[in-house]
Design a protein around this ligand. Structure first.
Ligand code: KIV
Length: 271
């Protein structure tokens, strides 16, 4: 039987075994109890409480405004729902870049106050000390390379990263570094598929791609994007599995019509 089918609970060890066994890892975001319950029951291996909550939940233009308190609120709701999936929580902008002590303090708050299983943070060599200190406290860390949305004002655009050889080489080195120091997994966001495949084969830990092609060890999408709840965002890598936004608008429009016409509630829907 496959590793993921045998596992009652997904752990970082199970993910490593899945990579060794050539089994693909499915990861999705969730930010609340109801959605996370469905995602967990559908068999997703990793639920990411992403700082994309800043865009999706709060309507901000970037991921920068979301706070540690907000992330802990979202994460604790998701943890209550997840019976099988590993729950990974983003360290938000400004909570780990300053110094490694601050990074550890932020990671400990997430683990203690939400009950999550691991944290994710963006960057390579520049956050090495922070990652090492978090790992030394026994907290599993997922890395994130390529397009790192917390640095959007440095990049200036959300276009594909590491297309030029110089940046591709830096990414190879950063991935090797994160793998060597003990990250249990690395997200590659919006990088060329060939590069993602090459680096995935070169590192020991499982890689998870978003806009990074099919050769990563797993894939991640933002739940609200793949369900069609967020409608204004349609990059090439996004496969929409449902037009839920349209379906919801239709259902809600139907309800409004029924209220106005006094069709709702009917006799069997009252006391
Ligand atoms: O915040 C997020 O949702 C993410 C994924 C896009 C990987 O970091």
């Amino acid at each position: 039987m496959s590793v993921h089918k045998q596992a009652k609970r997904i752990t970082t060890q199970v993910l490593a075994e899945m990579k060794a066994n050539g089994e693909r890892i499915a990861m999705l975001t969730a930010y609340d109890y109801s959605m996370a319950t469905i995602v967990d029951q559908a068999g997703v291996d990793i639920i990411l409480v992403g700082d994309s909550a800043s865009n999706v939940m709060a309507g901000h233009e970037t991921t920068l405004p979301i706070t540690l308190d907000h992330m802990i609120y979202h994460a604790s709701s998701v943890v209550r729902a997840a019976k099988r999936a590993l729950v990974v929580v983003d360290l938000p902008f400004g909570t780990y870049q300053g110094n490694s002590k601050e990074a550890l303090k932020s990671a400990i708050r997430i683990m203690k106050e939400s009950g999550a299983h691991a944290v994710k943070l963006e960057g390579g060599r520049e956050v090495r000390e922070s990652i090492e200190r978090i790992l030394s406290a026994g907290i599993p860390v997922m890395g994130h390379l390529g397009l790192t949305p917390q640095s959007i004002y440095k990049f200036g655009t959300y276009t594909v990263r590491a297309k030029e050889e110089l940046e591709a080489q830096l990414l190879r080195e950063d991935a090797k570094l994160l793998d060597d120091i003990g990250c249990f997994s690395i997200v590659f966001e919006k990088i060329p598929a060939g590069l993602a495949g090459e680096v995935s084969a070169a590192v020991n830990c499982p890689t998870i791609g978003i806009g990074a092609g099919g050769a990563c060890d797993g894939q991640v999408l933002v739940l609200h994007d793949m369900l069609g709840i967020t409608q204004e965002f349609s990059p090439r890598f996004l496969r929409r599995y449902l037009d839920m936004g349209d379906q919801m608008k239709e259902a809600i429009g139907h309800y409004v019509k029924d209220v106005r016409s006094r069709d709702f509630p009917n006799e069997s829907e009252q006391y």
